[in-house]
Design a protein. Sequence first.
Length: 528
Amino acid sequence: MSRYDIVVMGAGHNGLVAAAYMAKAGKKVLVLERKPHYGGGVSTRELIRPGYWHDEHSNVHIMIQGNPMLREDELGLLSKFGLEYIYPELPHASVFADGTVVRSWRDLDRTCQEIAAFSPKDADAYRSFAQASMAALPMFMSGLYAPPFPMGAFVAMMDQSDEGRFLLDVMQRSALDVVNHYFESDLLRIHIVRMVTENLQMPDELGTGMGAFLMPGIIHAYGCSMPKGGSGQLSHALVRAIEHFNGEVRCDAEVRRVLISSGRAVGLELVDGETFMAADGVIGAIHPHVLRKFVAETPEPVLQRAERVTQSTFSINLTHLTLKERLRLKVGNETNAMMTELMDFYTVRDMLLEYDKLRRGEVSERLIAGGDNTIFDPSRAPEGAGVFYGVNFAPYDLHPGGPSSWDVQKEDIADRALAQYRKFYANLTEDNISGRLIRSPLDHERDSPASFIKGDIHGCAPFFYQSVGHRPTPDLGSLRVPGVEGLYLVGPFMHPGGGVFGAGRATAIQMMDDMDIDYDKVCGRAVQ
């Protein structure tokens, strides 16, 4: 039996963030990870061939750019522990098969100038829209990285001003509602909505409109970025921080259950029976659907509500390729963006028909995005070679045959997506591909069975009723588990949502509040 102040189940980036803050606060921290490597969905590995570095899940880091963890370098990740971000001038581009491009540059004026070429009216509308989005960012972003407001208090607060009522209205609408209201061009509508659906949300699902409103502001205020060396460099920096603050990260350590004594979480037990006791608290990356498995002592009503959490409507079939030579876009590599969407539909109606297939368990090879990560970071492959990361939206419950049929069908589905990619890339030919690995929605679930339920790499659906203090449920939204004192939650299924937010910071803040630790004193300045 080993004794610590805090033990953490899961070394995904959220667990590592929470652990790093608590270690900086002077706590003796241990992180336990089931897999032989840490990072969870934020890991970069040589998946196919030596020297080619692939992002296993997350590829582009957007929302974390507003986190004080980076903006104020609270943990020293940037100044001391080797994290470096790449910020291109072109964060987002939509490339159409006929050679049409719609580009969102960091520079708002340049973006509006290009929009004016196909819609002068939309150029003016987009400028006003993006400026309103940027103006709302400080208020909105301040709530993303701290414990969430209770839903009732949040709605009441928003209802006190015109600005708040506007944002509350947008949050409850669909992304499609938002773009249809503000813009007349289908090209611009598709450009914005298609990027928002990277959050695994349908264009017309209610409660997803905030993404359509905020993303233009984020692009022009912060840009899109990826860590130099790959997404997993964020996790490496976090582990270096944890170890600097005298914490530990242990891999190949699968947790069986949270240990409970007199209604309090007191440690973790591994599948081999080894136990690690925690004097102050336990942090768990435990999806609400499997809370019963790890913490059966949780009150039954809490468990039942947790098991009703809604998963995202679809997942992704992910293609990793090693390339002998770097990819070339047919429209020219100056249009390579940090986020490159590839489309052969030109109307919103045709786009929606493709998304409708996902609802019926079908895959649309036309819903693709991706490119060669070495365009911005040559260190990811040998000189002149490429690393391809290709996303194809796909349902978890595949028709016919259900989820298990992914093992049979994923290669054929990836072949159809590859044929689609070849409409946009000049040299994505068989003789340029030196290795391939396909990861299906079912593979994502297997990779992280406590977090990526039903292949949902964003944790759970981003609907309004699963937001702020109701994410993932009203019981669990406080980052604690009712009836189990000292148990705190992290993960993409918690506030503020899926993706790379560095959201473990909120869990650490909540723990420090409960322990009467002065957060400002701990994190008021970067590491010296």
